[in-house]
Ligand binder design. Structure first.
Ligand SMILES: Cc1cc2nc3c(=O)[nH]c(=O)nc-3n(C[C@H](O)[C@H](O)[C@H](O)COP(=O)(O)OP(=O)(O)OC[C@H]3O[C@@H](n4cnc5c(N)ncnc54)[C@H](O)[C@@H]3O)c2cc1C
Length: 508
């Protein structure tokens, strides 16, 4: 067992940052720019974390106070106002900050108007900022290990070039194991292991944990979530280490139930789930869903049970399948079954992979979904009877589900709230079926922090010299704001880096 205290350190820095996604990168830049000598340690062989897989879009405010009201409404009392106020104070500075960072490699910034996902006051006062071009940069060539959405690699390149330009010491394949404290209980360093055994690395000022959430920690998910199993969409590096290290020192936890997720497929050769096609978000009472959704979902009994197309289904898509039947101790909708017909099959690819992992080859989902019929991710049936047999449900249940659905499509009204224009009938044989599972894109929970992003204990007192950044203990406690996690990486990275660097040195 690694000891909590040590007599001497193998190495010493002012600030040690754990995790090299966007959160860790911005923390390291911020601490460095405030005058600290920084070590940035990353457990995986390649940097980028989940961040590099993302769309790379930061959600930013046109109007500070309106955005505060939106965050207050969507957090529904789960995050105190003073934390949201501090978040807003920083959020208004991010546009200018990215402009500065972008000069490192001539990156081009793109801004897009986009309202929040729900029509609470302030939802129409926000926009997206992305990097959409960098001269001589090719994400597929330069980050061949990352099978990413378009924007994430661009933003990561800007951060990585800034880290390199400043000469910030970076180590890959180095895992943080436990925190080290001094005799007063303040964080004094961290045990880091590069594979050759743990080394005690001291922090004169502070440690910042930016090591993500618990997307790939099934045992932790099992304790905090009812729905089970849930498969990560993107990354195996985030295993809840930051939660273990901080609770070890008495940290309080929050938002652990909340994850950014949806539903998707499993491929036998991948440890990742594959999310369903990203259909455009819609805003209840404000903007209708226009896109056709080619499928319906049914449970093991052959009946539909949820609106398959939530306003922001990439975030809450899994919530409709999160149910337990107490009489059976079973989850009737895990897995559930996607059903579509031959015409719908030709509309678009049903899935899209995006992951950060050099061990697995990029899996390209086919345009017409036929590759997936061949490899068994999707199964084909000539009749509804055959489809019912595959599910193991009574034939009459499934035929009546499909008949009712087709009638609802004709009428343009669905009892379960499916947006009318998204409704696509299931008529044209052959039919297709795929098992569908809950998917976690990223988790929101972790240690509670104060407005300076200091980790606090169960009594609300800061644990001295311990900070977090990024999604580890994020502010999102009820409904998530699209683009919010990446913004939080910048906001919390800037706050934690600055605050950590301003701590008095333990050596003075
Ligand atoms: C496909 C996809 C698309 C997304 N798109 C968006 C989007 O468009 N906008 C948005 O806001 N959010 C998006 N998200 C969510 C967002 O990407 C993440 O919440 C965010 O990037 C998390 O950043 P982070 O720096 O906190 O964590 P990460 O980027 O995951 O970085 C954490 C790093 O810590 C490392 N680490 C873990 N444990 C240790 C340890 N013990 N020692 C050392 N290192 C460790 C990990 O290996 C990892 O590299 C998306 C998520 C997915 C999966």
């Amino acid at each position: 067992m690694l000891s909590r205290t040590v007599d001497s350190f193998d190495e010493m820095f002012d600030v040690v940052v754990v995790g090299y996604g966007f959160g860790g990168a911005v923390s390291a830049l911020s601490a460095h720019d405030a005058g600290a000598e920084v070590l940035l340690a990353e457990k995986m062989p390649n940097p980028g974390g989940i961040s590099i897989c993302s769309g790379g879009g930061l959600r930013l405010p046109h109007d500070r106070d309106a955005t505060f009201q939106y965050l207050k409404a969507t957090n529904d009392g789960t995050t105190p106002d003073n934390i949201l106020e501090a978040f807003m104070d920083e959020m208004v500075q991010i546009d200018e900050y990215v402009q500065e960072l972008a000069t490192v490699n001539g990156a081009r910034i793109k801004r897009t108007e986009r309202p929040g996902s729900y029509a609470f006051p302030g939802f129409d006062q926000m926009y997206f900022l992305q990097i959409d071009d960098i001269p001589d940069f090719d994400p597929k060539r330069d980050y061949a290990y990352a099978n990413a959405l378009s924007g994430g690699p661009f933003m990561f390149k800007v951060l990585q070039d800034n880290i390199a330009k400043r000469g910030i010491k970076t180590r890959l394949g180095v895992s943080a194991k436990r925190l080290i404290t001094d005799d007063k209980g303040a964080v004094a360093g961290v045990w880091l292991d590069d594979g050759s055994g743990p080394k005690a690395v001291g922090a004169r000022k502070a440690v910042i944990l930016a090591c993500g959430g618990f997307e790939h920690a099934p045992e932790m998910q099992r304790q905090y979530w009812q729905i089970n199993p849930v498969f990560s969409a993107a990354f195996v590096g985030n295993t809840g280490d930051g939660i273990r290290m901080t609770t070890d020192l008495g940290a309080e936890l929050w938002h652990m139930w909340h994850f950014h997720g949806t539903y998707g497929f499993r491929h036998p050769d991948l440890p990742f789930a594959i999310r369903t096609k990203r259909l455009p978000d819609w805003v209840p009472d404000e903007r209708e869903a226009e896109a056709p959704m080619s499928w319906i979902l049914v449970g093991k009994n052959g009946r539909r049970f949820m609106n398959e197309y939530d306003p922001y289904m990439q975030d809450t898509g899994h919530r409709g399948i999160d149910r337990v039947d107490p009489s059976q101790m079973g989850q009737p909708f895990v897995p559930c079954y996607m059903i579509l017909d031959d015409e719908a099959r030709q509309l678009y690819p049903l899935g899209q992979t995006m992951f950060n992992d050099g061990d697995y080859e990029n899996y390209e989902w086919s345009q017409d979904n036929l590759k997936e019929v061949q490899n068994g991710v999707i199964r084909k049936a000539d009749t509804l009877e055959e489809l019912a047999e595959m599910i193991g449900c009574p034939v009459e249940e499934l035929t009546s589900t499909v008949a009712n659905w087709n009638k609802s499509c004709d009428a343009g009204v669905d009892d379960l709230g499916r947006p009318p224009k998204s409704m696509v009938p299931v008529r044209q044989a052959p039919f297709y079926l795929a098992e569908v599972w809950p998917v976690v894109s990223n988790t929101q929970g972790g240690p509670v922090h104060d407005e300076k992003r200091r980790v606090v204990n169960a009594y609300g007192e800061p644990i001295p010299r311990l900070y977090t950044a990024g999604e580890l203990g994020g502010i999102w406690g009820s409904l998530y704001l699209s683009g919010g996690n990446l913004t939080e990486c910048f906001v919390s990275g800037r706050i934690s880096g600055r605050e950590a660097a301003s701590e008095a040195s333990r050596m003075d």
